[in-house]
Design a protein around this ligand. Structure first.
Ligand code: CBF
Length: 797
């Protein structure tokens, strides 16, 4: 597409789709017009991919996920369609600011963190590779909450990403599926009829996801909940307006927000309903498509692979069995076999509190037929394996991890360490019974968004050095290794980072009104706030460091800016206290005339995908400091390494593999291993011992306890202090001393800029393995047994 053609297309949409004339168009209008111009191009490729999938009778992959953290889509689309030059030139002619347009797009925050962002990377990689696939999820009207700080406290506000028209989706009213809850079951012979007492409709919205070079396009289908019988005219005519609108409001609640706080009974019920809602709609859509092409349901596993992204869609097992048995008359045992060979399950966490368990009473009330089937599936499994040792139903609860395991032919972990821990802990018994079921697929990230798009300076430098094949095959980055010995290349590498840091410093000055020194180490921890991720370990080290600088302010300290980003779950009190403490520490440190030129803390609110795209290219140090054994993989760790930030981290999740790839000398390792953590916990008073042994740690804790960061309310953080001193399940205190040591090594290394640049460049060169293209190829081979279709460009060539 030439710039002139792009300009015509933009003006066409401005006038005929948006009804605006150029003289009065606002940023929003230009953004929409540009989006539609780009979307038109995508649609052609998307249709072609769909036609080829049907014509070639290719196996399709269905990715069921409660979260798709897609963020902004415009730049992604422009980059993947290789329309950047045309768009920039066309807008320049139209005197419209391209960057302002990109920034105007709301962030689609349809995920919490790693799991949802992984799903988004996978969608892009499947399209790049040409793996015929469809993502299924929920079209949350308000997504994850928007975070604001009020006197340092987190305040949650609804995310209103849909308050403006969403440029990328196509509404599909013809894809409307009725979903039931509650009611009763009538058994007739081997089948049953389920008569739900409550019904609503799942309506599809399709977003095309285009791969690199526009080679292939897949669909992300998100379900919106609608009422069965919208508006009640009788009630309205009687003047009861609120009651007249009630069915609609109730139905909408279902697709309103992501992860409603499930600390209340109502929250739990809503969450289970959401899970069933999107899983059932997706399965019925999948079966409808399958039956339009094939008439033998036994072919299902050959033609469809359904991935359960964590246990959120775990009801897929019993629901698929129900659809096969009750609605299609297949024998129960055969139906279980078909379902199992079609389904697979990814486990993303071993944290006990995150492993879903549903109360049998609740499950029986909402999904009575499914509960019956779960009991039968469980019985059948116990009969097959000849033991009652493992069970999906226990102690009045349905255990969704076990249920998913039993109903899947493959179960995967997301890093080598996590997969081994799955085998030896949570799924030990099941693994012994099914030793071939668990496989590892270490996570990855898409290089298109997480290098090419977010870091143009580094991307250009790489392409100048080794050509642009790395975008298709990230492992080509290894070709950079010989360049790392070239002083001119290293200088350019360091210059790109410096410029990225300058941009970020300017942005922070403008948005947060905090001045930071671009020459300082940009030390970044961005992720959900959680005890196991140990933001409080980072804070303790920050405080200890601050106190040390105060003792001796003229010692020539290496300047540092600690950057935090992340949201705390609304019901997670401890995490919210960490948020507040971070802001309180920032307030005190940033205004300390003795130390602030050496140490600052910044915490931009509302961490999301777009903010990550700004922060990661400008980072020097990546904080991956979780308690060993707790972080399943991490994916932020991969994005940082790829963009040349050095990791300070524990042997946890994919850190282990990152360290192997980038070499131990280019990674700041500290802390206990997963086994050592378990040993340490057995020692009574381990935290007290660690505090007694390290005066720096003792002083930092005492500063918090004495109210140094909360002088107006000295007792504010006694909860955190008590937890650290008396419980410290996440062994923050016991890892502190080694963390401090590693941080001082960072200071020393950073003070030698050439060596630092070499280490950073080595991280980039060795991060190619962490592409989500590699991960997807792994799933295709080991889990889905699916092949790539001939892509559009390949066929044309
Ligand atoms: O596998 C993707 C990510 O998933 C999580 O975010 C999750 O939600 N369970 C894990 O915490 C991450 O370690 C993991 O990278």
């Amino acid at each position: 597409m030439t710039p002139a053609q792009m300009k015509d297309a933009i003006l066409h949409h401005l006038v005929y789709t948006l009804g605006k004339d150029a003289a009065h168009a606002q940023t929003y209008d230009w953004r929409m017009a540009l989006s539609f111009a780009v979307r038109d191009k995508i649609v052609d490729r998307w249709f072609e991919a769909t036609r080829r999938t049907y014509a070639g009778q290719h196996k399709r992959v269905y990715y069921l996920s409660m979260e798709f953290l897609i963020g902004r889509l415009l730049k992604d689309a422009i980059i993947n369609m290789r329309l950047e030059e045309a768009a920039i030139d066309a807008l320049q002619e139209l005197k419209v600011d391209y960057q302002a347009i990109l920034e105007d797009e709301p962030d689609a925050a349809l995920g919490n963190g790693g799991l949802g962002r992984l799903a988004a990377c996978f969608m892009e990689s499947m399209s790049t590779i040409g793996c015929p696939a469809m993502g299924y999820g929920i079209r949350y009207e308000n997504g994850l909450f928007r975070q604001r700080f009020e006197n340092g406290r987190q305040v949650e506000e609804p995310e209103d990403w849909l308050s403006q028209r969403h440029a990328w989706e196509f509404e599909r009213p013809e894809v409307s599926i009725d979903i039931g809850f509650g009611g009763h079951v009538q058994e007739i012979g081997k089948r049953a009829n389920w008569y739900p007492s409550e019904m609503l409709i799942a309506m599809g919205h399709d977003t095309p996801i285009i791969g690199w070079r526009g080679r292939w396009g897949n669909t992300l289908r998100l379900w919106e909940a609608r009422p069965m019988h919208g508006f009640d005219l009788q009630r309205f005519n009687r003047g009861d307006y609120a009651a007249a609108a009630e069915p609609e409001a109730l139905a909408r609640t279902l697709s309103r927000v992501l992860y409603p706080d499930d600390t209340t009974e109502q929250g739990k019920e809503l969450r289970l309903k959401q899970e069933f809602f999107f899983t059932s709609a997706s399965l019925r859509d999948i079966l409808r498509r399958f039956e339009s092409e094939y008439d033998d349901l036994r072919l299902l596993p050959k033609k469809a692979a359904i991935q359960m992204n964590d246990t959120h869609p775990a009801i897929a097992g019993p629901e698929l069995v129900r659809l096969l048995v009750d609605e299609r008359g297949i024998d129960f045992e055969e139906a279980v076999g078909i379902a199992r060979n079609t389904l697979s399950y990814t486990n993303h966490t071993l944290l006990p509190e995150a492993l879903e368990r549903w109360d049998e009473g609740l499950m029986g009330r909402l999904l009575p037929r499914h509960l019956q089937l779960i009991f039968r599936i469980n019985e059948l499994h116990m009969k097959d394996v000849g033991t009652r040792k493992v069970t999906a139903v226990d102690d009045g609860h349905v255990k969704m991890g076990e249920l998913s395991f039993i109903m899947a032919h493959r179960v995967n972990g997301v890093s080598a360490l996590h997969t081994e821990l799955m085998k030896s802990t949570v799924f030990k018994d099941l693994h012994e019974l099914h030793p071939n079921r668990i496989v590892n697929e270490t996570n990855g990230v898409t290089p298109r968004r997480w290098l090419l798009s977010c870091n143009p300076r580094l991307s250009t430098l790489i392409t100048d050095a080794i050509g642009d094949d790395w975008v298709d095959d990230l492992e080509q980055l290894e070709k950079l290794e010989p360049h790392i010995d070239d002083a001119a290349f290293l200088e350019s590498y360091a210059a790109a980072k410096r410029q990225n840091k300058n941009d970020l410093a300017n942005w922070i000055a403008e948005k947060l009104e905090v001045g930071i020194d671009p020459e300082a180490i940009f030390d970044v921890q961005i992720k959900r706030i959680h005890e196991y991720k140990r933001q409080h370990l980072n804070l303790l080290e920050t405080i200890a460091h601050w106190l040390e600088i105060r003792d001796n302010p003229n010692q020539g300290w290496v300047p540092r800016v600690k950057i935090f980003g992340g949201k705390a779950a609304p019901g997670y009190v401890f995490a919210k206290e960490i948020v507040r403490l971070t802001n309180d520490v920032a307030k005190v440190l940033n205004s300390d005339p003795l130390t602030s030129r050496y140490l600052k803390v910044v915490y931009p609110p509302n961490y999301n995908v777009s903010l990550a795209e700004k922060l990661i290219p400008a980072s020097d140090l990546s904080e991956q400091i979780s308690t060993a054994g707790k972080e399943a993989s991490g994916t932020g760790n991969m994005k940082f390494a790829l963009n040349g930030a050095l990791t300070i981290g524990t042997l946890d999740g994919a850190n282990v593999e990152i360290r192997e790839h980038v070499k131990p000398e280019n990674f700041f390792l500290f802390g206990m291993t997963a086994d050592e953590v378990m040993e340490r916990r057995r020692i009574g008073g381990h935290a007290g011992q660690a505090i007694a042994a390290d005066p720096r740690l003792a002083r930092a804790i005492e500063a918090i306890r004495a109210g140094r960061f909360s002088p107006d309310d000295p007792g504010r953080y006694h909860g955190i202090v008590d937890n650290l001193v008396h419980h410290d399940y996440f062994v923050v205190c016991s890892d502190f001393t080694d963390y401090w040591r590693a941080q001082r090594e960072v200071d020393t290394a950073f003070a030698a800029p050439k060596d630092w640049a070499r280490m950073a460049a080595f991280n980039t060169a060795r991060s190619g393995w962490f592409s989500s293209d590699r991960t997807i190829r792994g799933y295709m081979a080991d889990v889905w047994h699916a092949e790539a279709a001939p892509t559009v460009e390949d066929a044309a060539g």
